[in-house]
Write a protein that binds this ligand. Sequence first.
Ligand code: GTP
Ligand code: SPV
Ligand code: MN
Length: 576
Amino acid sequence: MNAWVAEVAALTRPDRVHWCDGSDAENAELVRRMEADGTLIRLNEQTHPNSFLHRSDPDDVARVEHLTFVCTPERDDAGPNNHWMAPAEAHAKIDALFDGCMEGRTMYVIPYCMGPIDSPLSRCGVEITDSPYVVANMRIMTRMGAPALARIEKEGSFVKGLHSTGELDPNRRFIMHFPAELTIKSYGSGYGGNALLGKKCHALRIASYQARSEGWLAEHMLILGITNPQGETHHIAAAFPSACGKTNLAMLIPPEGYLKDGWKITTVGDDICWMRPGKDGRLYAINPEAGFFGVAPGTSKKSNPNALACLQRDAIFTNVGVTADNQPWWEGIGNGLTPVTDWRGEPYDADKRPAAHPNSRFTVSARSCPSYSPEAENPEGVPISAIVFGGRRASLVPLVFEARDWTHGVLVGAAMGSETTAAATGAVGVMRRDPMAMKPFCGYNFADYFSHWLSFDNGSNKLPKIFHVNWFRKGDDGTFLWPGFGDNLRVLEWMIGRVKGEAGAVETPIGNLPAAGDLNLDGVELGEEARAKLFGFERDGWKAEFDSIGEYLDTYGPRMPQALKDEQRRVVESLD
Ligand code: GTP
Ligand code: SPV
Ligand code: MN
């Protein structure tokens, strides 16, 4: 590792090199310097102790998928799902940007561990960065510092991540991955998914590549525990695309009647899940992260009380608005306060722009979450009873259905579509295929990824049931038909009922749907239109959808596994 750090220092030429130990003293000193230069603005100490606002460059507020590359030696190994560049060309291009880029700056060396420090499922990395904001965020999001360094020295192998904010010019910005070299190089952005390299770059793109050859899965999934009134706990992993509800589902608080009966949700993770078969053939999952980097807008006492409780202290808010008494503020916070300054630091003007950027985020330790599960620290991980896929679909897709078996479930995941959100730059609200919510994050060819998923059905594994949900179905008037949030527990209850063989369903060509009475809707007001659209099966619409799914699978050519194409044909035939 020392040789690599020396090599990077020779290229980037920083004034100083600082090895991060993760201590409180180190963090206090970094914060002091960031307050002094305006990188962090201290928020109201009475209402939000030890919390800070960071305003990013206005052109650096989201992931940049068009500038993100997977650099495998063969183009086909990256697949049509990724932008590709030959490794030698990519290194040359980005190293030219790194040349001397840290002159006058401090270079921070951050050893980190993704997952519990003593877990065999965890993996380590080192991120080198010139951004103290990245250090402060990595300290919350990962197990960073001395224990990680000790594990790295013992293991010898780790993921190498090099990051510089550069000059934040969107035309001189690249996020490059070299999976075969366990290397990431990111230049020109300070934004979360582009700059906190432990997160999407390591824990999804590099990890998914490693997971394929080592027989496990690295997924864009939340992990939650659901405990029923009898005290039985099941764990569920769910993949929804960016800004489509993972944080909210992971921290769900049951509706009134359920609470009284003793239902409880515990949070293991809200964004990333690593899982592999245990000795008993079940899939065991860990959350490789130690914090939440969550979407701020829409987070309120009503929609997500657990998230709001986490945010009472020790949080970093990026690109939110502020009130006159210096409290963080965003659209949908619903606390009766009004913003005076918007995320760009200008006087708030509702006609000009929202107070908070639509992709504004909070960074906070998972330990501060009231629903954080003690099981999240279990080195063995938690056994998964159900896998859920879901998208943001205004039309066609019902509230919930169950896949018939594993192969059908893999097709359901591969066929996922969702309307784009502000989490990545580009148009919002455009429907695109986002298989398993991994379109921006799979570090290799999707065709091989689907084969890998199919391979888990090997006759000896005891695999979870697979479901699909859509919290975002709209009515003719354009409003959401399903209340969502806490009421999503009703859907989870049905899933666990199906896992246990207790809940009913009707078979349709797309899978098994709850019939009237199968799902507990006591206390939910649903009109005629809502019931029809949330629980109905629209044959003609699905015919067109499955034609488009077939065309999508064909874009991967002969590498697409025959079993998946056969499954798609079976559904098409049953739709006739
Ligand atoms: P990433 O961190 O980008 O991966 O996103 P995420 O999947 O964790 O999304 P998150 O839970 O932060 O939700 C994003 C947006 O969807 C927020 O504005 C939420 O308020 C909204 N949302 C979440 N769950 C629901 C739901 O059940 N119904 C509706 N209507 N909106 C929801
Ligand atoms: C996402 O975009 O899916 C996120 C935020 O969770 S980021 O870490 O920026 O990728
Ligand atoms: Mn995410």
